[in-house]
Ligand binder design. Structure first.
Ligand code: NDP
Length: 298
């Protein structure tokens, strides 16, 4: 504001519209993504808007394509559409292909590129944020849905002596194990088929915590040297984190860091600048400790 004239001299100058991004899912009302991307944008000086789109399966395809064919510069995709999104992009990155799921779409030169940043987010959280290091670990991955599939290659990059995938529906675990066989020692089984022997790292990629449940696995898989990581996150301990603490796990963590890191990967793809995730994670965890309604969806 010009204090002499009382009017803003820049008011008539043309302003470029902010870039628009959005999250498509069903449901999405609990999502923290607008908050996270808002903080990233402020921190890096990016002029952008991030919206939520409540998009049921019957409308998903047309709504995303309409958005990306008009104002949308890019999109995030969450439950239950990550696999459906692989069908509507022009190109898949190798990691999206491997995961058979898309959580980030980039619009580039009139083409839609589908990527998957979940696995990278998990790996960054485990190794950088939580500072975990192993030598030839024994890893147990619980679940065989989209998030589990995207985590397999990043977990194999930790050079495990063994990666066991256990799932309620055993055929899905066996199928996943067979698909990734050539990348390392991977096996699949049902929960009751797990050996009563401890693992170094257990990643819960089931959605059981969202209903306050814990997969029915033998308690012998956890000991004081075990790190238990729940991809789910919420206010207070998730059911899996509480279970792991009761069993005396060395560490028990939930997926806030993965959430922020996968968002940072997406933000960098869209804006070409890497945000600093530490302050965002700090604010998010402090806020989550204060709110009463448990968020659960990325
Ligand atoms: P999917 O729906 O694709 O898969 C769900 C998996 O959970 C299946 O393996 C299913 O088994 C299993 N499952 C569901 N309920 C139970 C139960 N009561 N007991 C045991 N197993 C169960 O979901 P996603 O893979 O996309 O997501 C999984 C979790 O990861 C969710 O909690 C999600 O919020 C979280 N997530 C977190 C992210 C983050 O950034 N922190 C990112 C992505 C996901 P079955 O095959 O037998 O049905």
């Amino acid at each position: 504001m010009n204090p002499l004239s009382g009017s803003d001299p820049s008011a008539d100058l043309p302003r470029s519209a902010p870039s628009v991004y959005g999250l498509f899912g069903h449901p999405v009302h609990h999502s923290w993504s607008p908050f996270i991307h808002g903080m990233f944008a402020k921190q890096t000086g990016q002029d952008m808007i991030y919206r939520l789109f409540e998009s049921p399966p019957a409308r998903f395809r047309s709504e995303v394509l309409t958005f990306l064919g008009s104002e949308g510069q890019g999109a995030n995709i969450t439950l239950p559409h990550k696999q459906a999104a692989t069908e509507l992009v022009n190109e898949l990155t190798p990691r999206a292909q491997m995961a058979d799921a898309v959580n980030t779409i980039v619009r580039r030169d009139g083409s839609l590129i589908g990527d998957n940043t979940d696995g990278a987010g998990l790996l960054t959280d485990l190794t950088s944020n939580l500072g975990l290091k192993w030598s030839a670990p024994r890893i147990l991955l619980l679940g065989a849905g989209g998030a589990a599939r995207g985590a397999i290659e990043p977990l194999l990059s930790l050079k495990p002596v063994k990666l066991v995938i256990a799932n309620r529906t055993v055929t899905k675990a066996s199928k996943l194990a067979a698909e990734f066989q050539d990348l390392g020692w991977v096996s699949g089984c049902e929960f009751s088929g797990l050996p009563d022997r401890s693992f170094d790292l257990i990643v819960n990629a089931t959605s059981a915590s969202l209903r306050g449940e814990v997969p029915l696995i033998p308690i012998g898989v956890v000991d004081s040297g075990t790190t238990c990581y729940d991809m789910a996150y919420g206010v207070g301990d998730t059911a899996f984190v509480a279970w792991a603490k009761r069993l005396g796990a060395g560490r028990a963590e939930q997926g806030w860091g993965m959430l922020v890191e996968q968002a940072a990967e997406a933000f960098e793809l869209w804006r070409g600048v890497r945000p600093d995730t530490a302050p965002v994670l700090q604010v998010l965890q402090a806020r989550a400790a204060r709110v009463t309604d448990s968020p659960s969806s990325d």
